[in-house]
Design a protein around this ligand. Structure first.
Ligand code: BGC
Length: 751
């Protein structure tokens, strides 16, 4: 892989004169066209069937300069064809931007984003998105609608799988790493694409976890929890931001002046372009906010939503009417067009609008990309339980292994949601990975046990071929369950794979329960009842109800949706060629009734009863935030601060010695948490303020250092409506998860 030449994004010249010249020659209709982004699902005979936006219509729109951007195309030859229509057909020869949801890979599929976050490894994350960018740019894409940086504290919300979980500090680190990976160090870097953090803002806090429903967030939560990942993505140079669908505190996010004008552009100085989520400008009418589409268009432009993503009939095509009515000025329209043209110029699209189809083929086939995906899958897995060191397995003692559960043998589900351009032939399932790895000496036998579960209500992604779980006609439920049990009984070990089928998670995939869908718990219980030792593998993007499993299953490994090379990675992990080192990016609830259950809560009356807030169930999580085991063991000692009192501009360094006390090499994620004891607001019991994933050989020690300064100590105070840094005493904890015990204190003077 080539690395782009390093240069400073801030010193890149803005091609202002060229933009002025283009703007001067454009009609208002052409300007409105530049601000419209159309879905294009390909020719009408494509497997997805008739798309909402008829393909002929998009071609006709392009040829008259009526579209600034297209989305959902990945075939380089088709991209060239459409680009030619735009460049040759329009008066000004303005190329279109091709955008797509490259969320966790294009051809090479990486573990889902929540899994990548569980690696707690910004380098792995950056490397993965750099591969995704390279493949995307090679096929002619310029821009990805990623990363999704929405904080998610309610796992009923299906899109938790697309983000980095519950924590703003981890979320910010993951967001920045993704932007660096996608975009390189400046917009227009070779083999990179524009990154578009989304969905601004608060989308993950939908009431009831119901996707698209309204969000009500306090000022303090927005600034302290939901905004930091966006700020980090922008600080890393992201060139685009996407709006969110829902109402935020009573105002539709996509028409929210405060969000876009005051915060994003005003306070943070964002000068890239903003795109609406799909149909979200039109939806300003649906919300009961705008009176009609012209009003919706005016409101969108007036808050600085530059480009409208539209399934059909963009509201922005009504901009001429809105200008005529006096609802929006031509200057406001020009400001949007300017930002869209600037992105195109910076990418060099006017000089090189087309893509090399042959080269695309070579880049997509690059075996180095698959290796990055395998390593990422190994580094994302989280070992939740390993009683009696059942793992890693010793193949010499295993004459036969039973692999049970339909998800073990499903290529499509191994990849996870939000991928469209994958290659199933080269996707390695858990079953295939184990057969490859163990096949010679150990007999690997498979039984699905139960038929795949189904959604009660269909998914909007069902239109993509192969996206729904199969519903085999001649599946004899009782006989298959019995066959799985018999297989387990007559094997030395059973590996049971359970979880959610991939279209049960993601967008429009919220659910009211966290139980294993279908009869999976029954299958697991039946296999465990045979007395054969069981290793449980989870294919998931949200926490699931594991209360029975943690009582009865000795080993549980969360492999998420591990991507193209998932099965190979899983075999390496189970056999000890790789050691699990991932940690949970969310607190894992016992039951759905506990959500939200984020670790960074505040204390109030009777904190001694914090774990007994419900009378029928613990109010602690099943696994804490930051938790994950290793085949190695780690000890923490000598937590030392190099200063015990700080003035407001000062920083200190905390150091701690971590020792691998076992006889196996392994990785540990060293985590630092802070708590402010008193001040001008009450602060969470703990907040993550530093982490580092380290590798320690058996018996080795390393001293790890963390800086603590104003960035770690200040917070948004809702009463003052600004950031404050209080005079207080701070507790520091360092350890391997959010229940870390090694502690010390320091004070701040506030002066
Ligand atoms: C999603 C976005 C996505 C867009 C385009 C929307 O429904 O909310 O995250 O980028 O579709 O696929």
């Amino acid at each position: 892989m080539t690395d782009p030449q390093r240069s400073d994004p801030r010193t890149e010249s803005v091609p202002r004169a060229r933009i002025d010249e283009l703007l001067a020659g454009m009609s208002l209709e052409e300007k409105a066209g530049q601000l419209s982004q159309y879905f294009y699902f390909g020719a009408p005979d494509a497997a997805v069937g008739e798309a909402p936006q008829a393909h002929g219509e998009v071609e006709e729109v392009l040829a008259r300069g009526g579209a600034g951007s297209l989305l959902f195309m990945t075939d380089p030859a088709e991209i060239n064809r459409m680009q030619r229509l735009a460049v040759e057909g329009s008066r000004h020869g303005i190329p279109v931007l091709f955008g797509f949801d490259v969320i966790h890979g294009l051809r090479t599929v990486f573990p889902v984003p929540i899994a990548m976050a569980a690696s707690w490894d910004p380098e792995t994350i950056e490397r993965g998105q750099a591969v995704a960018a390279r493949e995307s740019r090679a096929v002619g894409l310029h821009w990805t609608f990623a990363p999704m940086v929405d904080i998610a504290r309610d796992p009923r919300w299906g899109r938790i799988v697309e983000g980095a979980g519950e924590d703003p500090y981890l979320g910010a680190a993951v967001a920045a790493a993704q932007v660096r990976g996608f975009q390189g160090d400046h917009l227009g870097a070779p083999e990179r694409v524009i990154a578009g953090p989304k969905h601004f803002a608060g989308y993950g806090a939908a009431v009831g976890g119901r996707d698209y429903d309204e969000v009500n967030l306090s000022d303090a939560e927005l600034w302290n929890v939901y905004f930091p990942p966006f700020q980090a993505a922008l600080a890393a140079g992201a060139g685009n931001v996407m709006t969110a669908y829902m109402d935020l505190n009573g105002i539709p996010a996509s028409g929210n002046h405060w969000l876009f004008t005051e915060v994003l552009r005003g306070r943070w100085g964002f000068d890239g372009f903003v795109v609406s989520d799909a149909n979200a400008v039109r939806n300003l009418v649906t919300h009961g906010f705008a009176v009609d589409l012209a009003d919706a268009a005016a409101r969108g432009v007036n808050v600085g939503v530059d480009l409208e993503m539209a399934m059909t009939d963009p509201a922005y095509s009504h901009l001429p009417e809105a200008v005529e009515r006096g609802d929006v000025s031509i200057e406001a329209v020009d400001a949007c067009v300017r930002r869209v043209l600037e992105a195109k110029l910076r990418l060099g699209l006017f000089e090189e609008p087309y893509v090399d189809v042959d080269r695309a083929r070579t880049v997509l086939a690059d075996p180095a990309h698959r290796e990055v995906a395998r390593v990422a899958a190994e580094r994302s897995a989280v070992l939740l339980r390993n009683e009696g060191d059942l793992l890693p397995l010793d193949p010499a003692s295993l004459a036969s292994v039973a692999v049970v559960g339909a998800l073990a043998d499903s290529k499509r589900d191994t990849l996870g949601p939000w991928v469209f351009d994958f290659d199933l032939d080269e996707t390695v399932t858990v079953l295939a990975g184990l057969q490859d790895r163990l096949g010679g000496s150990t007999e690997v036998r498979y039984a699905p046990g139960i038929r795949p579960a189904q959604r009660k209500f269909p998914s909007m992604f069902d239109m993509f071929p192969g996206n729904t779980p199969p519903d085999p006609e001649n599946f004899d439920d009782e006989a298959e369950l019995q066959r799985a049990v018999d297989l387990a009984r007559t094997s030395d070990l059973a590996i049971v794979v359970v979880g959610e089928w991939q279209q049960m998670i993601g967008e429009a995939a919220s659910r009211s329960s966290l139980e294993l869908p279908g009869r999976q718990l029954e299958l697991l219980q039946a296999v465990v009842a045979t007395g054969t030792p069981v290793v449980l593998l989870l294919l998931n993007g949200r926490p699931l109800d594991l209360r029975w499993a943690v009582e009865h299953v000795p080993a549980i490994l969360d492999i998420w949706y591990p991507g193209s090379q998932g099965g190979t990675a899983v075999a390496n992990l189970l056999l000890g060629d790789a050691t699990p080192g991932g940690k949970l990016p969310f607190a894992w609830p016992r039951t759905v009734g506990q959500v939200p259950i984020n670790y960074a809560h505040t204390t109030s009356h009777e904190p001694v009863n914090q774990a007994r807030r419900y009378w029928d169930e613990e109010s602690t999580p099943l696994f804490p935030f930051g938790y994950g085991l290793s085949y190695a063991r780690f000890g923490y000692a000598d937590l030392v601060l190099d200063a015990l009192e700080l003035n407001r501009d000062q920083s200190l360094t905390a150091s701690v010695t971590v020792t691998n006390t076992s006889d196996r090499d392994g990785d540990e994620v060293v985590q630092l948490y802070l708590h402010q004891r008193h001040g001008s607001a009450s602060r969470p019991v703990r907040e993550l303020k530093g982490f580092r994933r380290i590798h320690l050989e058996a018996g080795a020690s390393e001293t790890v250092e963390f800086g603590i300064g104003p960035d770690e100590l200040r917070y948004w105070n809702a009463a003052v409506r600004d950031f404050v840094l209080d005079a207080s005493t701070f507790d520091v904890w360092v350890g391997g998860d959010s229940t870390a015990q090694l502690t010390t204190t320091f004070t701040t003077t506030g002066q």
